[in-house]
Design a protein around this ligand. Structure first.
Ligand SMILES: [Zn+2]
Length: 365
């Protein structure tokens, strides 16, 4: 450790049981953070400040005005820009000794395995079930600890899945992803701005504890925080003897087979029509409804390729290197279309989860 590092981390070095040894563990650690949003912002800031040696952040979103109420890595001047860009600037300004890797791409079944293999610990700062299940499955197969956090309105949850034989996984708690739209996200239900600050800071704390070996990890414990009652509760998460992932009865045996099994939620990325609106660059947008529906109303710039046509094997020629956004009326047919397009060799596909219905509600008048 250099003299400068001794000065910077002086308050850590004074801590009982921490010392140079724990600090060096942090300096040599590699952490993967999924998401640079509400949870990811405080998590990244505290980890970088604490001296995590290598931090990789993966996020393919751009900064929206409605993010600034809670996503403290981003500034007004970052609106419309990739979140990883502002994350990099702020984190470099905080600690230039941290080796940062910023990936402006979605976390998918394709890149999950390799990314996880390259890190000591994974932090889920995502806000959707697709990513949450993917992170859980990929960390289970990759035997890497996963710090889980989630927030909803005035309440948050936190735990660490450490992949010990006796430890539960996220699917022991929630075996299957809920149907699209069944559980509202922050965008639909709202969230108090300080909440991700609290849960994200707890995630950073659990990461630091795990990496340094300090304290006791919340193994098999779900910590629940209720901001309105100012209360923390602990719930036991039992290992489910019939868990589809981590039990003897498991029917999920790899990241990809699961992705294929439920294409709608695992195999592809999905955004809402509202998020689609915040994309400023020109995009390739496929409308897989039928011609009569298209004639009645369409998202400007969309290209008609009915699902019925795709099912006959008539696949249009589309650029392979381009992200393709697919929508129907409400997200179900587009998920089927994505499955067909994947089989035809296209890989960069994004489902518009609420489809034309979602867009109709928010289209500019
Ligand atoms: Zn499990």
């Amino acid at each position: 450790m250099t003299d400068q590092q001794r000065d910077r981390y002086a308050r850590h070095l004074l801590l009982p049981g921490f010392g140079v040894e724990a600090q060096e563990k942090l300096l040599n650690s590699r952490v993967l953070l999924i998401g640079a949003g509400g949870l990811g912002s405080p998590t990244a800031l505290y980890l970088v400040a604490a001296g995590i040696g290598n931090l990789t952040i993966i996020d393919h979103d751009t900064v929206d005005l409605s993010n600034l109420q809670r996503q403290i890595l981003h500034r007004e001047s970052d609106l419309g820009q990739p979140k990883v860009r502002s994350a990099q600037r702020e984190l470099e300004a905080l600690n230039s000794n941290c080796h940062l890797t910023l990936l402006e791409e979605p976390f998918t079944a394709k890149n999950a395995e390799e990314l996880i293999a390259d890190h000591d610990l994974v932090i889920d700062g995502s806000d959707n079930f697709t990513t949450r299940f993917l992170a859980n499955d990929a960390c289970y197969f990759g035997k890497k600890p996963l710090v889980y956090g989630s927030i909803f309105q005035f309440e948050g949850q936190l735990t660490l899945f450490d992949q010990h034989e006796q430890s539960p996984c996220y699917r022991c708690l929630v075996p299957q992803p809920p149907a699209d739209g069944a559980v509202p996200n922050c965008l639909e239900a709202g969230v108090i701005g300080t909440l991700p600050g609290i849960i994200g800071s707890l995630q950073a704390m659990e990461a630091i504890k795990y990496l340094t070996g300090l304290g006791t990890p919340p193994r098999g414990k779900l910590v629940h925080y209720d901001a309105l009652q100012t209360s923390f509760r602990e719930l036991t998460i039992n290992k489910d003897p019939h868990c589809p992932l981590c039990s003897a009865d498991a029917n999920i045996h790899s990241i990809t087979s699961e992705a294929q099994a439920s294409c709608q939620l695992e195999g592809s990325d999905s955004i809402t029509a509202l998020e689609l609106q915040s994309i400023s660059e020109e995009i390739l947008l496929l409308d897989v409804r039928e011609a009569a529906e298209f004639a009645l109303g369409r998202i400007p710039g969309s290209q008609l390729t009915p699902l019925s046509q795709l099912k006959t094997g008539a696949i249009p020629a589309l650029p392979f290197d381009h992200l393709i956004y697919v929508h129907c009326k409400a997200g179900t047919r587009s998920a089927q279309a994505i499955k067909i397009l994947k089989e035809a060799g296209y890989s960069s596909l994004v489902n518009i989860s609420d489809g034309y219905d979602g867009w109709s509600k928010i289209k500019p008048t």
